[in-house]
Design a protein around this ligand. Structure first.
Ligand SMILES: Cc1cc2nc3c(=O)[nH]c(=O)nc-3n(C[C@H](O)[C@H](O)[C@H](O)COP(=O)(O)OP(=O)(O)OC[C@H]3O[C@@H](n4cnc5c(N)ncnc54)[C@H](O)[C@@H]3O)c2cc1C
Length: 243
């Protein structure tokens, strides 16, 4: 299938969701042929680079979609790259090229129980998943945020326990998410595990999950969404080598 051509979208609104999370709504007539129902899919935001070079691409999740517009929730981080900087500085009416959407990142709801693990970059995808789960779903969501004020009110079935892990310096504590995951009872039946976070945390979690005898690889989605100290290009190369 041909990749959809990038489209130019306009910044329609900005909402500061919490100290480290900024929601931007992008839309415009170029959304007319954007496929429906793409919450949790990823898009590629494109930023100009040196003359003649390919644009820099940064990957973000469609947090919500309405007629003619999508919401993207940006982690506001100090070690600025082009995407974080653009999100903080862009004015209403500014335009940006957006590629995609790529595949949605949804859990397998036919599993007996679910475990979703992620840091703030995965919070948009985890939130979409929680919202769309059947009411009888059970399991856990374990989410790392920078401060208590970054904890969001999430819509989730009653039998999904939500656990928040605080890490004021994202990317510096490889074991924060793992420790919380290990403290939770592993439930009976077939699990489905969805996990996305910083590269080093992802590696320790991947080792842990691969050691679970009843967790088949087909029931595990695990990905790093960024790596401390390097931009997306270098992170992508390390991710491919590590896979
Ligand atoms: C499938 C997928 C979906 C994603 N969805 C989202 C999303 O919805 N929202 C979101 O915010 N991110 C999301 N990410 C992560 C996002 O693509 C990266 O954080 C990206 O590196 C940000 O680009 P940048 O230009 O701001 O920084 P880069 O130029 O890539 O990096 C510059 C510096 O910033 C640091 N940095 C990058 N991200 C962070 C961070 N989160 N916290 C602290 N330091 C950081 C890097 O280590 C580097 O030192 C997603 C990634 C993937 C693969």
């Amino acid at each position: 299938m041909n990749r959809p051509a990038p489209r130019e979208l306009t910044l329609l609104s900005r909402t500061q969701l919490s100290p480290h999370m900024l929601r931007l709504t992008l839309g415009g007539s170029a959304m007319d042929d954007f496929p429906a129902d793409q919450a949790s899919a990823y898009v590629k935001l494109m930023f100009p680079s040196d003359a003649g070079a390919r644009p820099l691409m940064r990957t973000y999740t469609v947090r919500a979609q309405r007629a003619g517009e999508i919401d993207i929730d940006f982690v506001v981080h100090q070690d600025t790259g082009p995407a974080s900087r653009w999100a903080q500085e862009a004015q209403l009416g500014d335009r940006i090229m957006v590629g995609g959407p790529g595949p949605k990142k949804m859990v397998d709801t036919s599993a007996d129980w679910l475990l979703m693990v992620g840091d703030m970059t995965a919070l948009p995808a985890i939130s979409v998943n929680l919202e769309q789960l059947p009411p009888n779903a059970r399991g856990y969501a374990v989410i790392e945020v920078a401060t208590a004020a970054d904890i969001q009110v999430l819509s989730a079935p009653a039998n999904i326990e939500i656990h928040w892990v605080l890490n004021p310096h994202p990317g510096t504590d490889d074991n924060g998410l793992l420790d919380k995951v290990q403290s939770l009872p592993w439930l009976d039946g077939r699990p489905y595990v969805w996990c996305a976070c910083e590269f080093s945390s992802m590696r320790v979690l991947r080792e842990h999950f691969r050691a679970q005898s009843d967790l088949d690889r087909s029931n595990l989605y695990i990905s790093s969404y960024w790596k401390l100290g390097v931009g997306e290009e270098a992170h992508k190369a390390l991710k491919q080598a590590s896979a």
